[in-house]
Design a binder for this molecule. Structure first.
Ligand code: ADP
Length: 857
């Protein structure tokens, strides 16, 4: 035994190897003899062959290590009970005895009665040894077939058992529920194959599934359309289970039926409703949707025929929409009824918006003309449902011609109501779609029109664009030209600016109407800006260096230029002279925008002009001098010469001694005239010397009074009759430091004139006065005086006053002595009144520059 334990392989044969009689006994006992470990699995070490007939498993299957455990076949509900009972008994070291269920290899329940005891082996290991008996028959009472039949008849599912071992699997048993569901009796179906239940509906895929399961002897479960004895279809939920015998061979098929028609119908109905809804959502054509609804209703309840009347609100007519395969005679009848005003089925429903019921069409008088056809078609009653839109406006009616007598069926009512709603929804949607389509068409037409307009506009636009392009091109050309002009203008402006900046000896100014200087350039700019160089010159008024007069002249002429005048004038700026030209600058419209002032420094030119003028003046004077000299000379020389000539002739004839007085007279005259000529020539000579700058003053100290007295003495000879010369002075002498020769000439000339231009008997005064710094000498006469008009010219060469024409003279004397006086730093002035007399006054400063050269004249 120990040896076998260690191998863990125990067979009944090994266990009882040594005792054939015991082995025979064990094998023939009506129960199971065993020894197992006290573990949860109850691992078998030995089990007798009887186990095979009770459990369906062989002793080897239990005893091999990887085999079946006893625990695994104990009914799950009894496993704890078995374990607890065993442990309790072992604990008490008592025998154990109890009943429990096991499941055989075919899952069949067997009641087991077990009796045994724990056997202690070495090291406290306990083994259980005992005997088991199948007491199923005792427990269940033994009349199982009858009980089973009764039980099967009680279940609501149809049960059909067919022989799996015979061809065609004939039915050997059906229960009452089968008879109730199919309408067939047990007698009618025993021996038949089940497929009669499918009638002619043999194309179902489920049939193939069933066949496959039957042939392969495997279970299957399908939902299949079956037909009752009366031909009515019902949905059968069928489960087929193969039944195997103890040898594992399939002996029977058990079919369990479940009539699921109602559920299936509901499912199909739900699907149909969903289909309809989907069609509505997918915008299927109205006809299709209504046909589908018709199909659903007609199929669901086999109620007869469904029509839809759809109101055409615009055309004010009612269209009939019927099924795809119209029930021809009824459709014709329907059309005929519709054609009759006031008698149409559904019209009342349309008018009243309420359900219209004709319970018995034989009593509907208005349909009397069509009654035969309706009856022929099996129509017994009628019902119309109004179809309303979401705003409760009538859309049409759903009309049903029933092939049964009208009866209240809530299920049917509900389905009709639902389908009516779906139909309403479809029609409303159809109308909206139609309207949308129309709108769309209108929109399309509008769009086309718009497109046309756009095309036309595009054409115009293209034209305009072309023109624009052209003008743009012209514009570009113009821009190019403008740019070129601008460039030219810029170059010109630059040139002008350069010219303006470099404008020689002057400046260029641009002045606006507010007298603001907008532009001022030129080489003389700094000169003109002068002291105000640092401050900003904004207007003409800001310019410094001009006299008030010249500035106002400048402003006035600028103003005139701004009024359009061109002016030229001269102004002085500090020590410079400027020639100014003012011109208006015109805008294109002829308006004066600015005044242009061009200032040119003419100081040098002016200076030159002055010199030229002076030269010219001198030349003129010289020319005048020459002509006057010629006329004077011819006159002045002719008179004394003719006197000399006549006196000489007379002297020639006066040879007599008594005529010596006369001769002397003439000789005197000759002498006098020769003297005059000499004086005349001296004057010319003096003039020439002065002109050439050869006359220089030679200063000496001399007594002026002495000189005056000497001259008075010399001049006595030329005095006129009765004339007196009086010298007025103070002191004994008057020393002066001047050129005595020039002084003599001056005084002589003044005295000579005083004598010439005074009458006989008149007095001539010489007044000599010595002041603090000067010496004054006055020669005063009471003569003819000088006319007012001639006074300005009295010192000019050859000028002679008009009242002195009859007095001989050259008009040179005063001019010469004035030059002599000034040469010595003195002044010669005079006062005179015509016919009253003249007073010539000499004034010399006491200090004079000494000239070493002697005067030579
Ligand atoms: P001349 O006496 O030779 O004519 P002057 O040069 O001496 O030339 O004088 C210029 C002129 O001035 C005279 O012609 C005369 O008309 C006027 N004149 C000069 N002295 C006198 C005077 N004392 N009284 C009046 N007229 C005078």
């Amino acid at each position: 035994m120990e040896k076998q334990d260690s191998k863990k392989v125990n067979t009944p044969y090994l266990l009882f190897e040594g005792d054939q009689r015991l082995r025979t006994l064990v094998e023939n006992l009506p129960g199971i003899v065993y020894r197992c470990k006290n573990d949860k699995d109850r691992t078998m070490q030995f089990i007798s062959n009887e186990c095979k007939w009770v459990t369906g498993y062989s002793p080897e299957q239990f005893c091999y290590p990887e085999g079946i455990t006893w625990r695994s076949i104990i009914h799950p509900l009894d496993r704890d009970h078995v374990w607890n009972t065993l442990q309790e008994a072992i604990g008490k070291k008592e025998k154990f005895h109890f009943k429990y269920r096991v499941l055989d290899s075919g899952d069949k329940v067997h009641w087991i009665s077990e009796t045994g005891i724990a056997v202690e082996k070495k090291e406290g290991t306990a083994y259980l040894e005992g005997y088991m008996q199948d007491i199923t028959a005792q427990i269940t009472g033994g009349n199982m077939d009858m009980i089973r039949d009764r039980a099967l008849d009680e279940v609501s599912n149809g049960i059909v058992i067919s022989n799996a071992q015979l061809k065609e699997f004939p039915i050997i048993y059906v229960n009452k529920a089968f008879e109730r569901i199919t309408g067939y009796t047990q007698d009618e179906v025993i021996g038949k194959n089940c497929n009669f239940l499918q009638s002619d509906d043999r194309q179902q895929k489920e049939i193939k599934i069933i066949l496959k399961a039957l042939l392969s002897k495997t279970p299957c479960r399908v939902e299949i359309r079956n037909y009752r004895k009366d031909g009515a279809m019902f949905w059968n939920e069928l489960s087929i289970t193969p039944v195997r015998d103890t040898k594992g061979e399939t002996t029977h098929f058990i079919g369990v039926q479940n009539d699921i028609t109602q559920r299936k119908n509901l499912e199909l109905l739900r699907k149909a409703k969903n289909d309809v809804l989907e069609m509505i959502i997918k915008k299927a054509p109205l006809n299709y949707i209504l046909h589908r609804i018709q199909g659903v209703l007609e199929e669901q309840f086999r109620i007869g025929k469904v029509f839809f009347l759809v109101q055409d609100t615009k055309e004010k007519k009612t269209d009939r929409i019927s099924g795809e395969k119209p029930w021809s005679p009824l459709v014709k009848t329907m059309d005929a009824i519709l054609a009759e005003p006031g008698s149409s089925p559904g019209l009342q429903a349309i008018q009243s918006k309420k359900k219209e019921i004709v319970t018995d069409i034989s009593k509907e008088l208005s349909w009397s003309g069509h009654r035969d056809i309706l009856e022929e078609a099996g129509v017994l009653s009628h019902c119309s449902y109004p179809l309303l839109d979401s705003e409760n406006q009538i859309l049409g009616a759903m009309c049903i011609f029933f092939t049964d007598v009208f009866h209240q069926d809530p299920e049917r009512e509900s389905l009709l109501g639902e389908m009516g709603n779906l139909a309403s929804m479809a029609i409303e949607q159809h109308r909206i779609r139609e309207k949308l389509k129309k709108n769309h068409e209108q929109l399309e037409a509008y769009s086309k029109n718009l497109e046309k307009q756009v095309k036309r506009r595009n054409k115009d636009l293209k034209k305009t664009l072309k023109e624009l392009n052209m003008s743009n091109f012209e514009l570009l050309t113009q821009i190019a030209e403008t740019k070129a002009s601008k460039k030219r203008a810029e170059i010109q402006e630059a040139i002008l600016l350069a010219i303006a900046q470099n404008f020689p000896k002057g400046a260029i100014l641009l002045v606006d109407k507010d007298m603001h200087i907008n532009f001022m350039k030129g080489t003389e700019l700094k000169l003109l800006q002068g002291q105000v160089n640092s401050k900003k010159i904004a207007s003409i008024d800001d310019l410094d260096g001009f006299s008030t007069k010249d500035k106002s002249l400048l402003q006035h002429h600028t103003d005139q230029a701004l009024k359009g005048k061109h002016l030229s004038f001269e102004i002085e700026h500090q020590k410079n002279s400027y020639a100014v030209n003012t011109s208006p600058l015109l805008r294109e419209n002829g308006e004066v925008s600015l005044a242009l002032l061009v200032m040119f420094n003419i100081s040098e030119r002016k200076q030159n002009e002055k010199i030229i003028f002076e030269t010219l003046k001198k030349e003129k004077e010289l020319s005048d001098l020459k002509s006057q000299f010629i006329s004077t000379a011819s006159h002045e020389f002719r008179t004394p010469l003719s006197v000399i000539l006549s006196s000489a002739s007379l002297i020639e004839r006066l040879n007599d001694t008594d005529k010596s007085e006369r001769r002397l007279f003439h000789l005197e005259r000759i002498k006098s005239n020769v003297q005059h000529l000499v004086n005349l020539l001296n004057d010319f000579l003096s003039l020439t010397k002065l002109e050439e700058g050869e006359t220089k003053a030679v200063y000496e100290h001399f007594d002026l009074l002495q000189l005056a007295k000497s001259l008075i003495g010399e001049i006595q000879e030329i005095k006129k009759k009765g004339q007196t010369i009086e010298l007025e002075y103070s002191g004994a002498e008057m020393d002066i430091h001047l050129d005595p020769k020039l002084m003599r000439h001056i005084l002589l000339n003044l005295l000579n004139n005083a004598i010439k231009y005074s009458d006989e008997g008149q007095t001539i005064f010489i007044k000599v006065e010595e002041g603090f710094q000067t010496i004054q000498i006055q020669v005063i006469d009471e003569g003819i005086g000088i006319p007012e008009d001639d006074k300005p010219y009295i010192f000019r060469r050859f000028f002679r006053a008009k009242n002195s024409i009859n007095v001989p003279g050259t008009g040179l004397g005063l001019n010469i002595i004035k030059s002599y006086t000034e040469l010595m730093g003195g002044k010669l002035r005079y006062e005179s009144k015509e016919n009253q007399g003249s007073s010539f006054e000499l004034e010399f400063p006491k200090s004079t520059i000494r000239n070493e050269k002697s005067t030579d004249y």
